[in-house]
Design a protein around this ligand. Structure first.
Ligand code: K7E
Ligand code: CUA
Length: 682
């Protein structure tokens, strides 16, 4: 006991010394930094008393020192985590694991003035046609797979894309202002799952999940094999305007298996995309009719099919007119897919879920939830097998099935319930183990920078808490992973946090992966009391070039250009029954402060924030009209509603922007119909 205490004390002193040196070296010009303690002996004494008082373990101290970011200093990475069925994206700083920003995407969010009457958002403009499904407003989503834009296979920090599994949609977020600019809805299918970008962001690829008749049509389940289909959509992204262009997009028809995750090739495998699938049984469920339930029906076969798709060639087929148009989308039929040799299958064991291409592009790693191995395929072997037609047969639709043994180069026994794989800069791969609640680290064959004896070896595991889904490493799906951090995105948190009732937070755990071998270390638990994080992307902060304020006063953030409705001086313009109020805001008043309209008028406030000061955001709302805006420095926001109820409605600023913020208000007077004088001549 005494010896343990002594060695603990030595560790502590060492850490204190390192910490003190660190403070000297790392002093930031920004913000205030406390003076490093000159007297380390005194410091260690006071630190020791905290350690004792709080009952901390030596490990806790290294974790705390590894993640603590002092006031005025910045996190070095940011993680964009999906918000699951909350429909949002979270930007979280690493290593501190502090939530920096919620980005409203599929679900309205009033703090950002998103979805509450502001026209400069997908919820307020024709660009948001994807917020409608069957003519109905769908104002939530199930966000799963965020994908950062890439240039030559590396994150470029310009855009973020994310899918909505529930409603088959893709959103575009501009990282200059961290705001959603576009939502597109897939015209061919209702549920999606895989979403990823090609290495130069030419396309955002969206895969369907549950097969349905194409184009939201009707067909009996007894016609499943004939009339239901899977689809892979290639949404063309125009970087210059920051928009997906549905007209230049296309889709590939697939058999009615349930296509799952999507990962495009890179470097050697650029031009190809890998998609796994399950339910190649084509089970159609129906427990109530005495059929096996889906969970049994879809996992009868030992192998499902990894889809290997030549998208560059598909693009060529589209250019040559080899498509039919369905619901406005150019679709390559399964028949053409076969004729043009765009699609091959490779058997993949068992209940596959994750598919991940290694940084070199040479290896494709898949995991089957019911197989304790990850299976690794070699891209060059796949190309050889295709050239030599090493097929074991065809699926019922005539798709050639490549011989498993011809292309599988390794299997690593990692543990129970493997799901998703990520990569680092030391030649390791990491696989989440759902059933075991741990993360396995293994060496990545000839991608490894230091090749061990057996190039494919499990080297360590770390338990997590609990039920990990995805994991994310820094730049972990690019051609140059950063290494250093791994975040485990856990579904359950069970006993990690104080009881807040039966709906528990999810747990995001930060793991230090800097040290080699079996030396991964859990650093931090971040509860997130919000929709389920599925996947995340972690990027170095150096690559994010976000604006501090909008480039010009009068900026339209949706189109990233000067707004036609901006103004430097207030004015009210009435055209028939439409009243446009060109409003300016600056600390601490609106101009105008009185707005008089008639019951039934259409009222449009065009509000320009004249501020050029970093962080001088104002808000705007009018009582009872369900409107909320956030007007960041330089922004012009337009809010449009019908003043259908007479009365006096205060409008006020929502952000506590100055000492006189409470005074920052105005009155909207809606004159009742009966008081309105009849027009002259009547
Ligand atoms: Cu595994 Cu939607 Cu990527 Cu969740 S998915 S975990
Ligand atoms: Cu502007 Cu409060």
């Amino acid at each position: 006991m005494a010896r343990l205490q002594k060695s603990w004390f030595v560790v502590l002193i060492l850490l204190v010394v390192i910490f003190t040196i660190g403070l000297h070296l790392g002093r930031s010009k920004k913000g205030t930094v406390t003076e490093p303690l000159a007297d380390t002996a005194n410091f260690s004494e006071s630190a020791m008393s905290i350690v004792k008082e709080r009952g901390l373990h030596p490990d806790d101290i290294t974790s705390a020192l590894s993640t603590f970011v002092p006031t005025g200093k910045y996190d070095d990475h940011v993680m964009f985590a999906s918000g699951g069925h909350g429909g949002q994206v979270f930007a979280i700083g690493l290593p501190s694991m502090r939530l920096l920003r919620t980005i409203a995407v599929f679900t309205p969010e009033p703090w950002q003035g998103y979805g509450f009457g502001v026209k400069e958002s997908p919820f307020g403009s024709p660009e948001g046609e994807g917020v409608f499904r069957n003519g109905k407003l769908v104002n939530w989503g199930d966000s799963h797979h965020p994908a950062l834009s890439e240039t030559n296979g590396d994150y470029d920090g310009e855009f973020l894309f994310i899918n909505d599994k529930a409603n088959g949609r893709i959103a575009v977020i501009d990282l200059r202002d961290f705001e959603t600019k576009q939502i597109v809805a897939n015209p061919l299918f209702g549920n999606d799952h895989g979403a990823a970008v090609t290495p130069n962001t030419d396309y955002v690829i969206e895969g369907s999940q549950y097969a349905t008749p194409v184009g939201h049509h009707y067909a009996q389940l007894s016609d499943y094999q004939e009339k239901y289909r899977g689809m892979l959509t290639f949404w063309k992204f125009n970087r210059a305007i920051g928009r997906i262009e549905p007209k230049n997009s296309f889709a590939i028809e697939l058999p009615p298996y349930w296509q799952d995750l999507v990962d495009p090739g890179k470097l050697v495998s650029d031009g190809w995309v890998f998609v796994n699938s399950f339910n190649t049984e084509m089970a159609t469920g129906g427990v109530e009719e005495g059929n096996p339930p889906f969970e049994a029906g879809v996992s009868q076969r030992d192998m499902d099919y990894l889809h290997v798709i030549n998208w560059k060639k598909a693009e060529q087929v589209i250019r040559n007119g080899g498509f039919k148009e369905i619901e406005g989308m150019r679709v390559i039929s399964l028949e053409t897919v076969l004729k043009e040799e765009l699609l091959y299958f490779i058997p993949e064991p068992k209940s596959p879920h994750g598919v991940d291409v290694s940084p070199s592009g040479k290896h494709i790693v898949i995991s089957g939830k019911l197989d304790p191995h990850v299976t690794i395929y070699d891209f060059n072997h796949i190309m050889d097998a295709i050239a030599k037609k090493e097929f074991e047969g065809q699926d019922p639709y005539g798709v050639p099935v490549i011989k498993f043994d011809a292309v599988k180069i390794a299997q690593v026994e990692v543990g129970l319930g493997p799901l998703h794989t990520q990569f680092d800069n030391q030649g390791y791969a990491y696989t989440s183990l759902f059933l075991e609640s741990s993360v396995a680290r293994w060496t990545l064959g000839d991608d490894a920078y230091q090749a061990p004896e057996n190039p494919w070896t499990l080297v360590g595991k770390i338990p997590i808490h609990y039920n990990v889904g995805h994991i994310s490493t820094a730049a972990g799906d690019t051609v140059h992973p950063d290494g250093g951090y791994l975040v485990s995105l856990n579904k359950w948190s069970v006993d990690r946090f104080p009881n807040v009732g039966p709906l528990l937070p999810q747990n995001l755990q930060l793991i230090d992966i800097k040290k080699p071998g079996d030396q991964m270390k859990l650093l931090y638990d971040m509860p997130i009391g919000n929709g389920e994080p599925h996947y995340a992307q972690i990027i170095s902060m150096d690559k994010i070039k976000a604006w501090e304020v909008y480039p010009e006063v009068g900026w339209d953030p949706l189109h990233q250009q000067k707004s036609e409705k901006s103004t430097l001086e207030s004015k009210v313009v009435r055209t028939g029954n439409t009243v446009e109020i060109f409003t300016t805001v600056i600390r601490s008043h609106f101009d105008p402060e009185h707005v008089q309209v008639k019951q039934g008028d259409r009222v449009i406030f065009h509000i320009t924030n004249l501020e050029r000061t970093y962080d001088a955001t104002h808000g705007f709302t009018v009582s009872d009209y369900n409107v909320a805006a956030s007007i960041e420095p330089g922004e012009t926001a337009s809010i449009d509603f019908i003043a259908d109820k007479p009365g006096v409605y205060p409008y006020y600023c929502l952000e506590f922007c100055s000492a006189l913020h409470l005074e920052m208000m105005g009155y909207l007077l809606v004159e009742p119909q009966e008081m309105q004088a009849p027009a002259v001549g009547q």
